[in-house]
Design a protein around this ligand. Structure first.
Ligand code: UT7
Length: 326
């Protein structure tokens, strides 16, 4: 049986930095509040006129180049995003054409902040089935395109970025080992974009009422995120008899440093074995997990156990166990 292994990681971060000092000029907030309540110091912002496909292409090209993998041999491209280039066609199609993945099929996957982990699971299962020999899994979000920079409760958190991983088959004891995902549509009311979909298409009224931005009831989401991320990670680890000592790194979605710390504590991970980069990029939604893998890549060695965990709008959440392959 084949297993899917991550064989390369790529990333793209826009150059422009939005610091806490910049935000102090936009809304009533302070560097002190943001750092203490979220752990974020700055985020990256993509320029106007460019979208999620632009960042996804850059991250994908880097991953392929690092591995020396010819794009025309790619079978599958999945882009996880809540900020697609267009409502349709899929961002994945635009990315495939731009990078020269001429024989690949693909699609976008929308599961809010859990998009990347869900997409990684689908890609891994496709490879394990034997039908797909290689897959690019990308998380790319231009959150600045759906953030209300008058709303201090959301604008301090989110940033733009993209990350990509290449999946290839292996018969070694490495790669994506297992996952456990869950979802609960009742969470929609706490974290959503109210307009722009089929129930409330864009209109003068929806724009005037600022309904095309991220709406979040922070405290509700925070509570569920801590409980569910810890529970699903624990259940997955228990299923395989893994303790926190067996795991080289815990890789949590980067939504709030306090959530990361609370989940790590529940699971028994000391912070030096938790991937954290939220201070520099904020919450990049579908890009947080591949950006963590990219930043910590040179600290990983073949055979290292990683537990990835996420929680996001929907609600959606999940955990994935992988063994690093190189
Ligand atoms: O990735 C998708 C999933 N998303 C998440 O996991 C995010 C989860 N939620 C959070 O990270 C946090 O709830 C927030 C960072 C959004 C908010 O932090 P909090 O500690 O939960 O604050 P709060 O909403 O309980 O608000 C506390 C106070 C309020 O003032 P009052 O009512 O106590 O006077 C807010 O108005 O802090 C105020 N506040 C701010 N003050 C300064 C909220 N945002 C700000 C701000 N600057 N930016």
């Amino acid at each position: 049986m084949y297993r899917a292994a991550i064989t390369a990681v790529g990333a793209f971060l826009p150059e422009r930095r939005l610091t806490n000092a910049d935000l102090e000029r936009l809304v009533e907030t302070s560097d002190e509040w943001i750092v203490e309540r979220t752990g974020i110091r700055e985020r990256r912002i993509l320029e106007r006129g460019k979208g999620s496909a632009y960042m996804a292409i850059k991250a994908a090209e880097m991953a392929l180049q690092k591995r020396g993998f010819p794009p025309e041999e790619l079978d599958l491209v999945i882009v996880a995003t809540v900020t697609p280039e267009h409502p349709f066609p899929a961002t994945a199609n635009l990315v495939s054409s731009a990078i020269g993945a001429s024989r690949a099929w693909g699609f976008d996957l929308e599961a809010a902040c859990s998009g990347f982990i869900y997409a990684l699971s689908i890609g891994a299962d496709s490879i394990a089935s034997g039908r797909v020999k290689s897959a690019l899994i990308i998380g790319s979000d231009k959150m600045s395109s759906i953030i209300d920079y008058r709303d201090r409760t959301t604008c301090v958190i989110f940033g733009d970025g993209a990350g990509a991983v290449l999946l290839e088959p292996t018969q070694e004891e490495v790669g994506i080992m297992d996952y456990l995902h869950q979802a609960d549509g009742n969470g929609c009311v706490h974290l959503c974009m109210k307009a722009g979909g089929s129930v409330l298409p864009p209109s003068v009224r929806t724009v005037r009422n600022r309904l095309h931005y991220v709406y979040q009831e922070g405290r509700q989401v925070f509570k569920h995120a801590v409980v569910q991320m810890a529970a699903v990670s624990e259940a997955l680890m228990h299923r395989h008899g893994l303790s926190s000592e067996d795991v080289a790194f815990f890789v949590p979605h980067q939504a709030n440093r306090r959530i990361i710390e609370a989940v790590a504590q529940r699971l028994g991970f000391p912070l030096e074995r938790v991937m954290i980069n939220i201070d520099r990029y904020g919450n990049t939604t579908c890009a947080t997990l591949p950006l963590c893998l990219y930043d910590y890549e040179n600290q990983l060695k073949k055979g290292d156990n990683l537990i990835l965990a996420t929680f996001g709008g929907g609600f959606t959440w999940g955990a994935l166990w992988l063994r690093w392959a190189y």
